[in-house]
Design a protein around this ligand. Structure first.
Ligand SMILES: Cc1cc2nc3c(=O)[nH]c(=O)nc-3n(C[C@H](O)[C@H](O)[C@H](O)COP(=O)(O)O)c2cc1C
Length: 172
């Protein structure tokens, strides 16, 4: 399978990045091809609802880093959303990228499989994101391959957490 990880955190040495990398190693150990897109470090506007994509039929009219993301998404069999929790939601950058799925054919990626990895400071802050994620996967007519959450200390890159993300990737 070709797997694309959309990492919403802008922290190069952050938790989401480390979890995404561990997941990637696990998935690669099973022969999958994995690409990580560090969405949190990109300049991606939210959809402005102009309908240019649907009226002109040439994709999204906004010329920003999302234009580099679309080709990777087009080829993906699976998409993994990895994100820090920011105010009970995805990071703003990842949320903006997701709104831009609107310009894709059928307003959804072709990927048939999805997974979710979340990192937060506190416990019990996931309901909003998980609800959004599950509704999206349902709308995409796709399969939810699993959800992993980690809460707590600033640095969550413990062996246990990284092993758990590796196993998650290897189980896909
Ligand atoms: C702008 C901002 C908003 C945050 N909002 C929340 C929140 O609503 N709930 C929570 O538990 N943690 C919140 N956090 C803490 C992060 O989710 C947490 O530190 C996470 O591990 C960071 O992941 P990263 O290293 O991948 O960026 C917030 C952090 C920032 C910078």
């Amino acid at each position: 399978m070709r797997i694309v990880i959309m990492n919403g955190s802008g922290r190069a040495n952050g938790n989401s990045r480390a979890f995404a990398d561990a997941f990637r190693r696990g998935a690669e150990s099973k022969g999958h091809e994995v690409e990580t897109l560090n969405i949190g470090s990109m300049k991606i506007n939210g959809c402005i609802g102009c309908e240019g994509c649907h009226n002109l039929g040439k994709g999204c009219v906004q010329n920003d880093d999302m234009q580099k993301v679309y080709p990777a998404l087009e080829d993906a069999d699976m998409i993994v959303f990895a994100s820090a929790v920011h105010y009970w939601g995805f990071t703003g950058q990842l949320e903006s990228a997701i709104t831009r799925f609107y310009a894709m054919s059928g307003m959804k990626p072709k990927a048939r499989k999805y997974a979710l990895i979340l990192s937060s400071g506190s416990e019990g802050v996931y309901d909003g994101i998980i609800s959004q994620y599950k509704d999206m996967v349902k709308y995409f007519g796709a399969l939810d391959a699993g959800i992993k959450t980690v809460a707590g200390e600033c640095d969550q890159k413990t062996k246990d957490n990284l092993d758990s993300m590796y196993e998650f990737g290897a189980s896909i």
